[in-house]
Design a protein around this ligand. Structure first.
Ligand code: DGL
Length: 270
């Protein structure tokens, strides 16, 4: 297989949440060209069956592979949880998911060997974070909790730890995890980095939060260097966004997730 260094990195997500991953990749690798595909016509993935998420993940990956990308990043935690193995089986290009980097970091960081994981219903029920952590270290106990309402909160921009709704939802989900004596908590959903401060506030400062987006970007950086496929940082990388549907609101929310206006957005039918 002849992969070109100047080819783009392809990133896909169920919607705009994966922009938290794109943001970290851009920070680490400003020279890379990135094609982002957000499946906004089918979002959310987190409440759908594994079969459906797998089907959607294949459709979105197929689109990116056709753009001759050099690396595929599965930015969606739910898609990573259920589709990583199948995508590795189907394609020969390098693929990075978000679950394994987050799990590896949690294993490295925990001192008392008690790790919490939060994510969508699909991610938590798949057991993929739990399995990835226990495969790396069988002695680690995991405590997992789906927190579906964090997704609309982040999209609504209700993220302030002083906001009473955010605090109430945070306590409702996380108080149970606090009782378990975990010292590390994996933010296993694209949207949760947006709520990081609020989650930290509820959990307390002694808990280490693992941002899967940051860990994934580190892994992308390492892998491209290993494969000698990294572009020099002084080359200005470009970002092209494809969405399967573009409600007006998404551009606005996307800009907030990315921390800069979303430009170069195209609608693609699939
Ligand atoms: N991107 C999804 C994830 O990280 C969250 C949104 C959704 O449910 O599609 O799991």
């Amino acid at each position: 297989m002849n992969i070109q260094r100047d080819a783009s990195i392809g990133i896909f997500d169920s919607g705009i949440g994966g922009l938290t991953v794109l943001k970290e990749v851009r920070k680490k690798l400003p020279g890379e060209n990135i094609i982002y595909l957000g499946d906004t016509a089918r979002v959310p993935y987190g409440i759908r069956s594994e079969k459906t998420v797998l089907k959607y993940s294949i459709i979105t990956s197929e689109f990116l592979i056709k753009q001759n990308i050099k690396l595929l990043v599965i930015a969606c935690n739910t898609a990573s949880a259920v589709a990583t193995k199948e995508l590795h089986n189907r394609y020969t290009i390098p693929i990075i998911d978000v679950v394994n980097p987050g799990a590896e970091c949690a294993v490295a960081v925990t001192k008392n060997k008690k790790v919490g994981i939060i994510g969508t219903i699909g991610t938590i029920h798949s057991g993929s974070y739990q399995n990835a952590i226990q495969t790396l270290n069988r002695d680690i106990e995991t405590y997992a909790k789906p927190c579906p309402l964090f997704v609309p909160l982040a999209e609504e921009g209700w993220c302030d730890e002083q906001d009473e709704v955010v605090r109430a939802v945070g306590h409702r989900y996380l108080d149970e995890l606090k009782q378990t004596d975990i010292d590390t908590l994996v933010l296993g959903c694209t949207h949760y980095p947006i709520l990081k401060q609020a989650i930290q506030h509820v959990m307390g400062q002694s808990i280490t939060l693992i941002d899967s987006a940051e860990q994934t970007a580190t892994k992308v950086d390492r892998l491209l260097r290993e494969l000698d496929l990294a572009r020099e940082p002084h080359n200005n990388g470009t970002c092209t966004f494809y969405l399967t549907d573009v409600p007006k609101r998404f551009i606005e929310i996307g800009g907030r997730f990315l921390g800069e206006p979303l430009e170069n957005v195209h609608v693609v039918d699939m």
